[in-house]
Design a protein around this ligand. Structure first.
Ligand code: ADP
Length: 308
């Protein structure tokens, strides 16, 4: 059975305006229909093939994006610690031209960033035309970690009138409008939530402790945040339900199997960029004449270097 990539995309997409229950999404899902073993191929082999094909497709799509110079692409990655954001970015982007692609990892805001409105620092990093910008964490942290730890709001100093559910509702509206503005002005927005299970996070954290080459990745802060798992899941559910829009949909990616997550992200991204229907710019008749003249000139033998 051929791989139905459109189906894969719709399986992960959060339909706009729906209430999201994360328990309906299995983090260990291998999206069995698409990865069903065919002629001896294991799910892992099929996922690898899908990743390879999608990378190739992405390479072509990126060149078209650059050549046509009409759109940009913003890719947002969110997920709990160890969900595989860095690894997915690395694998998915490896087929791309690094000069037209940029990755921004957002950490705890600086004093200057805290002194501005919450979208300010992200605004400055949105990709320009022809470029792909990747946000490894994003403005969604301002409705996730900040919601789970409201004490962070103290440093953001929102207007005192804004507090409680009203504050988050307003932030969702701000985000939707921000993304709407970007989308209307030629930015394709693709948002991935890497959906990891708590059990798999435990396994990955232990692996970091046990494997000397991974120990540097272990952070006590990750353990601290793990204690707030339920609060994070509630915050993610609210985010996915309120900010999956027609112009900037969320895709919930099963992340317990890295090979699945990487292949599915690459495939969805490639499909979405292809859906822009980009093409190489058409050469105007004047330019075509100039190019024909340039061609003749290049082919003419130079009297000074006849060997050319
Ligand atoms: P990562 O886990 O992304 O590899 P770090 O271990 O340095 O990198 O973690 C970055 C931390 O910054 C995370 O705990 C994240 O919640 C926090 N962070 C990111 N954006 C914000 C924000 N807007 N406000 C507060 N904390 C933030």
């Amino acid at each position: 059975m051929p791989l139905d990539r459109g189906r894969l995309l719709s399986q992960c997409r959060v339909p706009p305006g729906t209430r999201v229950r994360l328990r309906d999404f299995d983090p260990a899902d291998e999206l069995s229909l698409e990865f069903a073993p065919v002629a001896g191929a294991t799910p892992k082999m099929r996922a690898r093939q899908l990743l390879e094909d999608s990378r190739e497709q992405l390479g072509v799509a990126q060149e078209l994006l650059w050549a046509s110079d009409t759109h940009s692409v913003l890719v947002v990655f969110q997920g709990m610690d160890t969900a595989g954001k860095d690894g997915t970015v690395k694998h998915v982007m490896s087929g791309m031209n690094p000069s037209a692609c940029e990755v921004h990892a957002f950490k705890v805001p600086s004093a200057e960033e805290f002194s501005h409105n919450f979208l300010w620092r992200y605004w400055q990093r949105v990709p320009g035309r022809g470029r792909i910008g990747i946000f490894n964490r994003s403005y969604y942290e301002d409705v996730l970690v900040v919601r789970v730890h409201p004490e962070l709001l103290g440093r953001q100093r929102p207007r005192p009138a804004l507090s409680g559910p009203k504050l988050w509702q307003q932030r969702f509206e701000d985000i939707n409008q921000f993304e709407h503005h970007l989308a209307r002005n030629g930015t394709l927005i693709v948002k991935f939530f890497l959906n990891l299970s708590k059990a798999e996070q435990k396994r990955r954290l232990l692996e970091r402790l046990d494997d000397r080459s991974k120990r540097w990745k272990f952070s006590l802060a990750d353990l601290k945040e793990r204690a707030y798992w339920t609060e994070y899941m509630a915050a993610y559910q609210a985010v996915l339900g309120a900010t999956s829009t027609a112009w900037a949909p969320w895709y919930v990616i099963p992340a317990d199997h890295k090979h699945v997550a990487r292949a599915v992200v690459a495939s969805i991204l490639a499909e979405r960029i292809d859906s822009l229907g980009l093409s190489y710019p058409v050469v105007s008749p004047g330019d075509a004449r100039a190019q024909a003249a340039a061609r003749r000139q290049l082919l003419r033998r130079s009297p000074r270097s006849p060997s050319e």
